[in-house]
Ligand binder design. Structure first.
Ligand code: FAD
Ligand code: NAP
Length: 452
């Protein structure tokens, strides 16, 4: 059942997701409102009941993989009250943090920072509210200057909120390899995105011996391996990866320059084939790679096994999973050794899929807009290029790696991107002369909504 709440005034802006991208946007919009004296009427919808930053992956040993100075604001506005340094100051930990002497706080602390910032915008965020689709609202002449955001709350009822513009910031979706698709309801098989909750329900949490397969060779797999080793002494884990080795993430300073805000222009202005080449060249800064320090720790654990002669964990590299079968006794994986083609079946009690993320949730949400949004190409300001009939601006954050570079899915350029989108929104919805450039009729809604 769908409930329409069209008695409510249309929003100026609906944000889907309230992760770092849209939290960063909320800050940029607040700054813009202060400058212009006009605030946009904005609501953000997030399906999480309360905010957490990849909460299902937050294990003790996990550190931020980027300098804390690349927080939600500092790169754009070091004087912002929403900086990580101000967070430390407010929490009375600034001096202690300095004493640790790191640029890379633990992810639990950065999660707490993000929760702290998000709490300042709690009035604008509807938690526990999943957006299921976005529909066009056409006027008599076929112009679409409004969109309906269809949400579903914990009661399962669909509700509609009308909006004059949209920003999608829904992040990645766990990648489940096709062979495991049939096991999505099996509690013994789960993606790393849900690791913390699901591992706590496994028998090993009560000390029962388990043999666990850990599929993947990226940062997530490495962190899960360390956690299984340190926190679950009854677990024997096999790390199963297609590549020959765990590769280190390249975060050396020259390479790091590709994550600078100025590099977005370089990338965007290149021809398509050269952009694709750059993404391939620098793939090892972010994907299928592991923090070098963590690689040393894993190597050390495996080496000590050799010294002691007690083999607890396995490191199965160059292995392709050929088949998966499950029954009451466990999950059997058939592995092909890519070095010699030999097949081997190994039975596990559980499987953790640290197989990365896909970036396609924006496509599903915007599907009802059909041909109007084409192939979801974006301009430099992250606005989707649409058929001229669709005048309601639609922006996407975190789905523009192909055009804007590898920094797009990370925290790297987030504060600058947020300001670029905020400026574009103000140009469209609240131009300095008080008239909306993209409004399809003299409704006067803009001034009314913005001057509230
Ligand atoms: C485990 C992990 C660790 C990471 N660590 C780092 C790091 O150290 N440094 C770095 O730069 N990057 C890191 N990243 C990359 C990460 O993508 C960014 O840091 C950042 O989270 C991107 O923010 P976002 O808001 O675009 O997406 P997300 O953080 O994924 O937030 C998206 C939000 O949208 C909500 N949502 C999704 N779909 C819907 C829907 N249909 N309706 C309503 N709400 C919805 C989700 O609940 C979520 O709160 C990490 C990624 C992972 C998976
Ligand atoms: N501490 C932190 O800050 C932290 C923690 C975790 C993750 N992250 C970030 O999150 C992002 C994603 O990292 P991630 O490790 O989750 O993903 P990832 O880097 O994309 O790695 C995915 C791994 O899964 C493997 N894989 C994918 N599909 C497979 C299949 N069908 N069969 C077998 N193996 C398969 C890949 O193998 P191939 O290499 O063979 O393709 C790769 O080893 C990165 O930006 C990372 O930095 C950060």
């Amino acid at each position: 059942m769908t409930q329409f709440s069209l008695s409510e005034k249309p929003l100026d802006l609906a944000g889907i997701g309230f992760g770092p991208s849209n939290i960063g946007l909320a800050i940029a919009l607040e700054e813009q409102a202060e400058r212009s004296g006009r605030a946009l009427d904005t609501a953000y919808f997030d399906r999480q009941v309360s905010y957490s930053w990849h909460g299902g992956t937050l294990v003790q040993q996990s550190d931020l993989q980027i300098s804390f100075l690349k927080d939600l604001v500092t790169l754009r506005n070091p004087q912002s009250p929403y900086s990580f340094v101000n967070y430390l100051h407010r929490k009375e930990r600034l001096i202690d943090f300095i004493n640790i002497g790191t640029f890379y706080p633990c992810r639990m602390e950065f999660n707490d920072y993000l929760c702290w910032v998000a709490s300042h915008f709690s009035d604008a965020c509807r938690y526990g509210t999943e957006v299921v689709r976005v529909e066009p609202v056409a006027d008599r002449s076929g112009v679409i200057s409004m969109l309906d955001v269809v949400t579903r709350g914990p009661d399962g009822i669909e509700r509609v909120r009308r909006t004059r513009s949209l920003v999608v910031g829904t992040g990645g979706t766990p990648r489940i390899p096709a062979l495991f698709a049939g096991l999505k309801d099996d509690p013994r098989v789960f993606h790393h995105a849900d690791y913390v909750r699901r591992i706590a329900t496994q028998p090993c949490a009560a000390g029962t011996p388990m043999r666990i397969a850990l599929v993947g060779g990226g940062q997530s797999a490495a962190e899960a391996f360390i956690d299984l080793n340190d926190s679950f002494p009854s677990v024997r884990a096999d790390m199963i990866l297609r590549s020959a080795v765990l590769r280190p993430a390249d975060d050396t300073p020259f390479v790091n320059e590709i994550f600078a805000p100025a590099y977005t222009d370089v990338m965007f202005n290149l021809p398509e084939d050269e952009r694709a080449q750059l993404i391939r060249d620098y793939h090892n800064t972010n994907y299928s790679v592991v923090d070098a320090e963590l690689i040393d720790r894993i190597y050390g654990i495996l080496y000590r096994q050799k010294v002691s002669g007690v083999q607890r964990h396995g490191f199965l590299c160059r292995r392709q999973i050929e088949a998966v079968a499950s029954d009451g006794a466990g999950i059997a994986l058939t592995l092909r050794d890519l070095s010699n083609g030999v097949l081997e079946e190994i039975r596990y009690d559980a499987v953790v899929l640290a197989t990365g993320y896909e970036r396609n949730s924006h496509r599903r949400l915007l599907e009802p807009l059909g041909d109007l949004t084409g192939d979801l190409r974006v301009d430099r300001d992250y606005r989707v290029s649409t058929d001229p009939k669709l005048t309601a601006p639609v922006f996407i954050q975190g789905f523009c790696e192909e055009t804007h570079g590898l920094s797009d899915t990370l925290l790297s350029v987030l504060p600058v991107r947020a300001a670029e989108i905020a400026a574009a929104l103000y140009r469209d919805l609240a131009p300095a002369d008080g008239r909306s450039r993209r409004q399809s009729g003299p409704t006067g809604l803009v001034a009314g909504a913005l001057n509230r």
